[in-house]
Ligand binder design. Structure first.
Ligand SMILES: Cc1cc2nc3c(=O)[nH]c(=O)nc-3n(C[C@H](O)[C@H](O)[C@H](O)COP(=O)(O)OP(=O)(O)OC[C@H]3O[C@@H](n4cnc5c(N)ncnc54)[C@H](O)[C@@H]3O)c2cc1C
Length: 458
């Protein structure tokens, strides 16, 4: 058993949460082995480096990472400033990845394709908890290698697995064939991807933070390129939820984004098509024709899919997981963040205990820990990994003492006398009696994904 404990702890993904995990492991005297699929740390955020975060720096830095950075002469950004994704990379993620303790443990161009227990498939139980894990990695040199580790922390995010455009969780008929006309989820429409969008008919699909950002940037592009047509399809009956609560938002940048969007729709710059659930896509020579379930059609040259994300569970197939059947988050976390009942970015602080699976010493953290729920905040992830590192080091007391203060965000019912800070159990969720199921939700911010607190809209 001691020899297993001396093995490194695998960290899948070098996003902000993966790197914070490594910093906490190092503080605990544990050796991380970080595998990052992209060419550099922060590879997912690199895809949206042109987007401004809605939470200020003070919520975006991990305490252990800062302790690791400070002796290197790193300068902390102004705590109240709102960074762009690119600044998060340049001023925090890149220096952190370059810190000697991290860089010596980080392999880039290293995609994890499977995780299992050495010599045991999922059905074998004998000595399971004391058997090391095997992490299979495709390396940039073209070789696939197995790495033997004592524990595995999956911080691989959800960026690479977007939700389909189709309404039923499946791709719309013809979606795969239309692939050439579907962009990445957050293209830089007025910057590096400008040529794809200027003067074209662009259809943005979705009702979250990403859709709002893309629509506002397209409106900027259309000022210079007046031939650009901006279409916006949302599945819900209106876009009111996306507009948010303006000044009342706990994160003011999000409130402003919603207000700007509303003005652009009211001015006719953006043509909103509400209640437009996509059933099929027909790829024609010159454009793609998008059909709604009710028979309406929209013609577009390019589609931007802001439909949210889901976790890649394939790589975890040989592990014994306990996931919420709806949200695909660890089973105890699911009810706290289920978008059917919650739009809050605010959840009770949680750590190793809540994130545990039947597979001992395996944890899903960060964006991926929220499964299909879109409300994850970095500050939540940093507290998760502080607790997980403590648990792996055997410090149960520190692991259980979870603490976190977040601004209130999202669509919460405040007139019900309770807020979304209140834990919701599976039982109350089933009874539809929790805070966000209250009849008149008070909007206090733009949501960050596809659809939110749906039962609260009834
Ligand atoms: C546009 C946008 C704006 C956001 N704004 C905010 C905000 O203002 N405040 C906030 O708190 N949160 C925000 N979030 C939510 C969240 O904090 C970010 O998505 C954040 O990047 C999540 O960090 P992460 O480390 O969990 O995942 P990621 O940043 O996605 O990092 C995961 C890493 O794992 C790598 N990877 C994936 N699969 C594999 C594999 N199989 N093997 C090896 N490596 C792999 C990826 O390349 C990536 O580098 C925002 C999200 C988006 C999309």
């Amino acid at each position: 058993m001691d020899s297993v404990k001396n093995l490194p702890v695998a960290v899948i993904g070098a996003g902000p949460v993966g790197l914070a995990t490594a910093a906490h492991l190092l503080e605990r005297g544990l050796e991380p082995a970080i595998f990052e699929a992209g060419p550099t740390a922060g590879a997912a955020i690199e895809q949206w480096r042109h987007i401004r975060l809605f939470s200020p720096w003070r919520f975006n830095l991990d305490a252990a990472a800062v302790r690791l950075l400070e002796p290197t002469g790193w300068e902390s950004p102004r705590p109240t400033a709102l960074p762009y994704g690119g600044e998060l990379i340049d001023r925090y993620i890149t220096p952190l990845a370059a810190a000697p303790a991290i860089s010596s443990s980080l392999q880039t161009g290293a995609r994890v394709i499977a995780v299992t227990r050495q010599g045991l498939d999922k059905t074998h139980v004998r000595h399971r908890d004391t058997t090391p894990f095997v992490v299979r990695v495709e390396h940039a040199d073209g070789e696939t290698r197995d790495h033997i580790v004592s524990a595995v922390i999956d911080a691989s995010g959800t960026w690479s697995t977007r939700n389909p455009l189709g309404t039923s969780g499946m791709p719309a008929i013809g979606e795969a064939t239309a692939g050439d006309r579907i962009s990445s989820p957050l293209p830089d429409v007025s910057g590096r991807d400008r040529a794809t969008f200027a003067g074209r008919r662009v259809l943005v699909v979705g009702a979250g933070h990403s859709a709002a950002n893309t629509l506002i940037n397209l409106a900027e592009l259309a000022k210079d390129e007046p031939e650009t047509t901006i279409l916006w399809a949302v599945r819900g009956a209106s876009a009111d939820k996306v507009y948010g609560g303006g000044d009342a938002d706990g994160l003011p940048a999000r409130g402003q984004l919603g207000s700007r969007l509303r003005r652009l729709v009211e001015a006719g710059t953006i043509a909103l098509h509400a209640g437009f659930g996509i059933a099929a896509l027909k790829t024609l020579d010159t454009h793609v024709s998008v059909e709604a379930a009710d028979g309406r059609t929209l013609d577009a040259d390019v589609i931007v899919p802001c439909t949210g994300f889901r976790p890649d569970l394939d790589i975890l197939r040989e592990l014994r997981l306990n996931l919420d059947p709806a949200v695909e988050a660890p089973v105890e976390l699911g009810p706290l963040i289920d978008p059917e009942f919650h739009s809050c970015g605010t959840v009770p602080p949680h750590g190793a205990k809540l994130l545990a699976h039947p597979e001992k010493d395996f944890y899903i953290v960060g964006m991926k820990s929220y499964g299909r729920a879109p409300t994850f905040l970095l500050a939540t992830g940093y507290e998760q990994v502080r607790s997980v590192a403590a648990a792996l080091a055997g410090d149960r007391e520190a692991a259980d003492a979870v603490q976190l203060e977040l601004p209130e965000t999202g669509v919460c019912s405040t007139d019900a006398g309770i807020s979304c800070n209140v834990p919701v159990t599976a039982a109350t969720r089933d009874a539809e009696s929790n805070c966000c199921a209250a009849p008149e939700p008070v909007l206090i911010g733009i949501p960050t994904g596809l659809a939110h607190g749906r039962s609260g809209e009834l």
